[in-house]
Design a protein around this ligand. Structure first.
Ligand code: NAD
Length: 297
């Protein structure tokens, strides 16, 4: 079993850390918001006062932070005083946050300069997948690092992919999330049109799920209230994958598309839809709340 320093205990980090504890690993955890750590203390984790204490004498560091700036600041610091300068060369660093591929490459290169192996390992599967331990991990970095990380990632997930070198995990994740925003928006649009024309959204969802329009949004994370239990739509869109994080991912996607001169008209349209949702004050609701843009009653 590994000694793990886990940083960032938000909607995703908390259940991920909890599964590592259940698998028998020894965890020291830290979050900037101290209350986020309490549920893990109850499960046997040690709570650190700061990030530096959380990574003392550990074999593996795992981070699950909101955005590129957070990851860059944590590992590189403002004046070269980041965590990378405090880690031993035997420590394996796994960043599971969704961030710009460019930032992931920059931090991994700085780790490499110090003889430390660092992987980008963003996840897919949402809070439900994090709780159930069925996340998909999409890993970028050297093969040897991937092999070392796999048994630990297996304790939090089901499908573990090696996408390529440093940053490749982020590229794959961002392509996936741009498509997710597009399919979620399209699903909300189709469900509302059916309801406006007299259909029961549960019947329509069953039909679409078994037909050629079927997709993850309709069959696993349905945005229409009353269709499914245990999804954010059943709980006023509380928690889940927040609108502000989806907008961050769409910005990462469109930034990447600009650099590679890729044609992404639907990604741009989805970004505009999510901007409208944000203007209605939905930043801290789950991204399936895009349904409310379409609801007329
Ligand atoms: P969140 O905002 O709920 O949690 C992030 C946590 O990190 C917060 O508790 C915050 O206090 C903490 N934090 C920030 N900077 C820190 C630092 N320097 N040290 C320690 N703690 C710090 O976000 P989340 O929903 O858990 O998402 C985390 C990442 O996973 C994001 O990049 C997101 O895009 C990605 N993601 C989220 C989902 C989802 O469904 N929520 C799914 C897949 C991927």
């Amino acid at each position: 079993m590994a000694r793990i320093g886990f940083l960032g205990l938000g909607n995703m980090g908390q259940p991920m850390a909890s599964n590592l504890l259940k698998a028998g690993h020894k965890l020291t955890v830290f979050d900037l918001v101290v209350e986020q750590c309490a549920p893990l203390a109850d499960q046997g984790a040690t709570i650190a006062d700061n990030a530096s204490s959380a990574i003392e004498n550990v074999d593996v560091v795992i981070s699950m932070l909101p955005a590129s700036e957070d990851v860059s600041l944590l590992y590189l610091g403002e004046n070269g005083d980041g965590l990378l300068d405090q880690l031993s060369t035997y420590t394996l660093v796994i960043d599971c946050s969704t961030i710009a591929a460019e930032t992931a490459r920059e931090v991994a290169a700085a780790a490499n300069d110090r003889g430390i192996t660092m992987l980008d390992a963003p996840v897919s599967g949402g809070v439900g997948g994090a709780v159930a331990g069925t996340l998909t991990f999409i890993v970028g970095g050297r093969e040897s690092g991937f092999d070392a990380a796999k048994p630990i990632l297996k304790d939090m997930g089901k499908n573990i992919f090696h996408a390529g070198d440093a940053g490749a995990g982020q590229v794959a994740k961002i392509c996936n999330n741009m498509l997710l925003a597009i399919t979620m928006t399209g699903t909300a649009e189709a469900l509302q049109m059916g309801v406006d024309n007299g259909l029961d959204p549960r019947v329509l969802s069953d039909v679409i799920s078994a037909s050629s329009g079927g997709n993850w949004a309709v069959s696993t994370y349905n945005p229409y209230p009353g269709v499914m239990e245990n999804v954010p739509a059943a709980n006023d869109y509380a928690r889940g994958f927040l609108v502000r994080l989806m907008i961050k991912d769409l910005d990462l996607a469109l930034g990447m598309a600009d650099q590679s001169t890729s044609y992404t008209p639907l990604g741009k349209l989805a970004r505009r839809q999510y901007e409208q949702l944000r203007e209605r004050g939905a930043d801290d609701l789950d991204f399936s709340s895009i349904q409310s843009l379409y609801r007329t009653e």
